[in-house]
Design a protein around this ligand. Structure first.
Ligand code: EPU
Length: 302
């Protein structure tokens, strides 16, 4: 979708929103898949309610883009514009055991920065690509921890109320890869309360998690992490592996040889290829195990 009306363009500039016309989502996502649309980069949180008023009154649909690391976007010209926060400097401010983190902050860098200041707990998330806002909205987790456990407060744009609100941790429910945020809420910033830990100890935890990830996951290949959620008490990766599906492909969309719940873009995979592979694998698992796998990856298909 393209914004060409000069009045809207002027309105965006008044709101300190940068318009990047015709960007490719393949360049913005870790899967390297996705069509084209305009990207609106937001420099001031406070401008969001007016920005959405402007878009709504001109019938311009939108989606919020975080780091694009858990996202499968459709092919071709996309029927919505993308909104993204510009990362401020600094993006993490510490106050005792509290870390005030912008939604656009890089997750890995945040874990490291807090660690260097003797604040731990999030070591498991090292190596998970994406933004803190993205991790928060889906309650990212690994190696026995999840980000939701450390959340004391969240500032968000509440789509239903059309305004910026602050929620306390206890007002939000964090479950396995699921939160009580609405799909169109936008995570603006979060206050995490992290346990004190000497950096040396944190570094050790980071090294262990990095090593585990390096040996079990296809790092360095284009993927969106795990494609399916684990069903209660089972591992989607193990089930897919047991069916001998490592290397199984539709076009350039391929089940990783290293971890069967990672599907990689081995070349020029389209969203159509990847969706066909997902449907095929889901069908085979259903047939063999009687389990309907649920997507972990977020799919934006027109
Ligand atoms: N396994 C296989 N074959 C495979 C993959 C896994 O046999 O191809 C076996 C492993 O040997 C292990 C079991 O399945 O016994 C579980 O595998 P793993 O420890 O790799 O964990 P997972 O359940 O597949 C989950 C998360 C990952 C997270 C890891 C580490 C989900 C869907 N996945 O994977 O998160 O990094 O644990 O904590 O919850 C993600 O969210 O995108 C993600 C990758």
């Amino acid at each position: 979708m393209r914004i060409s009306d000069p009045q809207i363009v002027a309105g965006l500039s008044k709101l300190a929103v940068e318009l990047q016309p015709g960007i490719s989502l393949a360049d913005q996502t870790s899967l390297g898949i996705g069509g084209t649309t305009d990207l609106l980069r937001i420099k001031k949180h406070e401008s969001i309610p007016d920005l959405l008023k402007l878009l709504d009154s001109n019938h311009i649909p939108h989606r919020f883009l975080g780091g694009g690391s858990n996202l499968l976007v459709g092919d071709g010209e996309l029927p919505w514009v993308m909104l993204q926060l510009v990362r401020p400097e600094p993006d993490v401010v510490l106050e005792g055991n509290l870390a005030h983190v912008d939604g656009a902050a890089d997750l890995g860098r945040t874990v490291t920065f807090c660690g260097k200041n003797d604040l731990g707990g999030m070591e498991g998330l090292i190596g998970v690509p994406g933004t803190v806002g993205g991790a928060l909205r889906m309650n990212a987790g690994a190696y026995g921890m999840q980000i939701g456990s450390y959340v004391r407060q969240v500032k968000l744009y509440r789509a239903a109320d059309r305004k910026i609100e602050i929620l306390r941790g206890h007002q939000i429910s964090f479950e396995y890869r699921h939160t009580s945020f609405a799909p169109d809420d936008m995570m603006l910033s979060v206050t995490l309360e992290l346990p004190s830990k000497p950096f040396k100890e944190i570094l050790q935890g980071i090294r262990i998690c990095n090593e585990k990830r390096r040996t079990s996951q296809p790092l360095g290949q284009k993927s969106a992490g795990c494609i399916f959620k684990n069903p209660a008490g089972a591992s989607a990766g193990r089930m897919i592996d047991e069916l001998g599906l490592k290397g199984h492909a539709v076009g350039d969309a391929r089940v990783s040889d290293r971890h069967a719940n990672f599907f990689v873009n081995a070349g020029k995979a389209s969203a159509k290829d990847m969706l066909a592979l997902i449907a095929d694998v889901r069908g085979r698992v259903q047939k063999a195990f009687g389990v309907e796998l649920e997507n972990e990856v977020v799919v934006w298909n027109a």
